[in-house]
Structure formats: C-alpha cells, structure tokens
Write a protein that binds this ligand. Structure first.
Ligand code: PLP
Length: 400
C-alpha cells in the first residue's frame, strides 16, 4: 500500500517535470565547482561573498575545534551553551545595531521558532504571498489565522489591516516579509511596511536570509538599505523593536541563523521559541567561523562592491537581451521560463555547456513561473561571467 502510494506520487512528479534529485559537488564551494568530474561555473549558490572557503573562517573553525572539541553535547538551556555561542550573539548584536541577538541552528529553525513564539491561536499574521517556505510552515504551525497579501502590495495589505481592525481585536498582529525575496530577487517595501505596522499596532518581522552581508552600505541588511531607524532601547510594536531574522549560511559562508532585536524580545525567545529550546546547539566551531565572517564583512566592504559590480553587469546583460528577469534588484536574478519541464531542459543544456544553474519549479514558485535562478558571487571571474551571460542568452533563445 505504502509503496504504491510512493510510486504513484514519484511518477506524478516525474511526468510533471517536478521530480528532484541531488547533485554532488565534488570539490570546495568556489565560483567553479566539480560535478560528475567536470569543472563548471557555479551560478546557483548563496555563498554570495565567496566566504565559504575563506582562509580566516577556516582558521577560526579549526582553532575552535582545538579549544572546544566538536559537538556541543546538549541544547543551549541544558549544557550546550559555550563561549562561542555567547560571543557570536554579542558580535551579531553589535553588527546589526540591536540590543541583543539569539543564534538558531538554521534559518528554517529560526523562522519556526520566532513566528510560533510570537503568534498563536487567536492572533493574526499578515504574510507576503512569496515569503519563504520556512515562513509559510511556521505560520501553519503557529495556529494563528494567516492572511496572505499579494506580493509587495502595501495597499492590499492596508486593506486587510483595516478590515481586520474593524471586525475584531485579535490578541496580537504580526506582519512578516522576506527582505530580499529568495526566488525573485526583489526587495520588500520595508519602509511602508514599517509605517503600516506602526499605524495598525502590528509587530513587524523581516527575514534577512539573503540580505545579511549584502544589503546596506555596511551589509547589515534591509533596514540599513532603507535607512530605517530601529532605535534601541526604545520599544516599538507592542513592546518589541522590528524583529530581524537572518542566516549565517549564505553571504556569511557558514551555517546557522539569528534573531536580532530588543533584549526583551531575545529573552522572550529564549523562553518560548521551541526550535531553540528543544535542539542540540550548534558546534562551537561553527559559531567561531561566523564571528570571523562578520569581521570580514565589516572590514572588507570591497567584497560587497565586487558583488554589486557583477550584479549590474549580469542583470543589464540579460535585460538588454530581452530576457524576463522579473523585478530582480539584487544578486538573485531569475530568468522566467514558465513551464517546469522547459526550465529543466534549459538547465541540463547549460550544464552540458559548463554552467550550473538550477531550474526552480513549483511548489517553490507558483505554477507556470518556473525559472532559472541565477545567483552571483563577489569572486566570480569576469571571463566566466561573460561566457555564462552569452551562453544563457543563446540557450534560452534556442528553447523559445
Ligand atoms: C528567505 C529565507 N528564509 C529562510 C531560509 C532558511 O535558511 P537556512 O538555509 O539557514 O535554513 C532561506 C533559505 O534557505 C531563505 O531563502
């Protein structure tokens, strides 16, 4: 019975062009990687600043392993709270300019923990329709009532906020948005969202998974990009400042995630976020690596400039060739294809030509919006980018 069900679903996925399989990267995470023994240009990693193989980060991890061993042995609240965990949180709070920060084991854990701690039965969540899957899952898990507003549409959101403030008084209201949208590469209208949150008495949470280390003149993320003041220790939005979440596994080249905000918020999350409480803490060496990554991000702004120079070159090149890059403004550049099987064919063809870019299909993106999701890195060589740009233009045109 069970195998029948599994077989049926797997063949449905295959027939619809939605079947997924794992590709093996045979060497380090660099702008070029090895797949099936072949050297290819990597255009689908979130290692935006090229830090995953940075010597200072590796050295920090190795030193921490020598000092602390590898595993932490328990959750933070039992006996797994070690010096690097606390140091990383202090370092993150300083970097983000918040009173405090809390480390989670991944971005997925962070969204599940933060959202389910802030909203529950009887509460209302307003969530952008294109928010990341971990936010969608967290909203379901919270048991709050979820109102999804059309992507980036502040007028539609205001309509929902108005309607719901007239109809009833929920215990609490939370607006949630990605900072940089993970599959579209556009940036949330955070200033307007923040004003709406103030006006309608909502908490506001931003997921800076893709913005941390990238957006803002110091790489602090979406708030810095928009010049939004998130003053400390002034408390806003029902007693918390804007809740910022971000990841350490993308531009920082490490692993894990954080929540950053007021001391009160962090204290609350330590007590209420189940994905923080009920899980073994990160290995201390992983925390030490992230501290080294923040140092690099603060001290080497040129890395960010290198990334943005490449983004401009690639985005302009695709756009001028008439490809639909949606509303991308960042290092995440989709090329809209439409049908899932066509996107997969193009991706396979590109791999044959030495370019690794994944086809992103439903359910990750809405039906008929399958796309190539191109992501750039600060250390891609110009020669590789020129070759990739020309080859992508030509290949997509061949499949038109
Ligand atoms: C917007 C967003 N939030 C959260 C996550 C989850 O982060 P992590 O990979 O650290 O679990 C991701 C990516 O995977 C993401 O794109």
């Amino acid at each position: 019975m069970l195998t029948n069900l599994i077989d049926k679903e797997l063949s449905r996925l295959k027939n619809a062009g939605l079947y997924r399989n794992l590709r093996l990267i045979e060497r380090k995470q660099e702008p070029r990687v090895n797949i099936d023994g072949k050297d290819v240009i990597l255009l689908c990693s979130n290692n935006y600043l090229g830090l995953a193989n940075h010597p200072k980060i590796k050295e920090a991890a190795i030193l921490a392993i020598e000092k602390y061993g590898f595993g932490s042995g328990a959750s933070r609240l039992v006996s797994g709270n070690m010096e690097p965990h606390n140091e990383l949180e202090q370092r993150l709070a300083r970097f983000k300019g918040t009173e405090a920060a809390l480390v989670f084991n991944s971005g997925y854990h962070a969204n599940i923990g933060i959202i389910t701690a802030l909203a529950g039965r009887g509460d209302l969540i307003f969530s952008d329709k294109l928010n990341h899957a971990s936010i969608v899952d967290a909203c379901i898990l919270s048991r709050a009532e979820v109102k999804r507003y059309p992507h980036g549409d502040v007028n539609a959101l205001e309509g929902l906020l108005k309607k719901n403030s007239e109809l009833r008084t929920p215990n609490s209201k939370l607006i949630i948005t990605d900072g940089i949208f993970s599959m579209d590469g556009d940036i949330a209208p955070l200033k307007e969202l923040s004003e709406l949150a103030d006006r309608y008495g909502c908490m506001l949470m931003v997921d800076d998974a893709h913005a941390t280390g990238v957006l803002g003149s110091n790489g602090k993320g979406t708030l810095e990009h928009f010049g939004i003041d998130n003053p400390n220790p002034v408390l806003r939005h029902n007693g918390t400042s804007i809740i910022q979440m971000g990841t350490l596994g993308k531009a920082l080249g490490c692993f894990g995630a954080y929540a950053a905000g007021s001391k009160k918020l962090i204290d609350y999350l330590i007590n209420k976020a189940r994905s923080f409480i009920y899980t073994t803490s990160l290995p201390p060496s992983v925390c030490a690596a992230s501290i080294a990554a923040i140092d690099i991000i603060e001290n080497e702004p040129q890395l960010r400039q290198n990334l943005w120079d490449r983004v401009k070159f690639f985005r302009d090149g695709l756009k001028n060739a008439g490809l639909d890059i949606m509303n991308s403004e960042t290092q995440i550049i989709p090329v809209l294809i439409g049908k899932a099987d066509k996107a997969v064919q193009i991706s396979k063809n590109l791999l044959d030509k030495g370019i690794f870019v994944q086809a992103i299909r439903p359910p990750t993106v809405p039906d008929n919006t399958s796309r190539l999701r191109i992501t750039l890195m600060a250390n891609h060589s110009w020669d590789d980018l020129e070759y990739a740009l020309e080859t992508i233009k030509e290949t997509v045109a061949n499949f038109a």
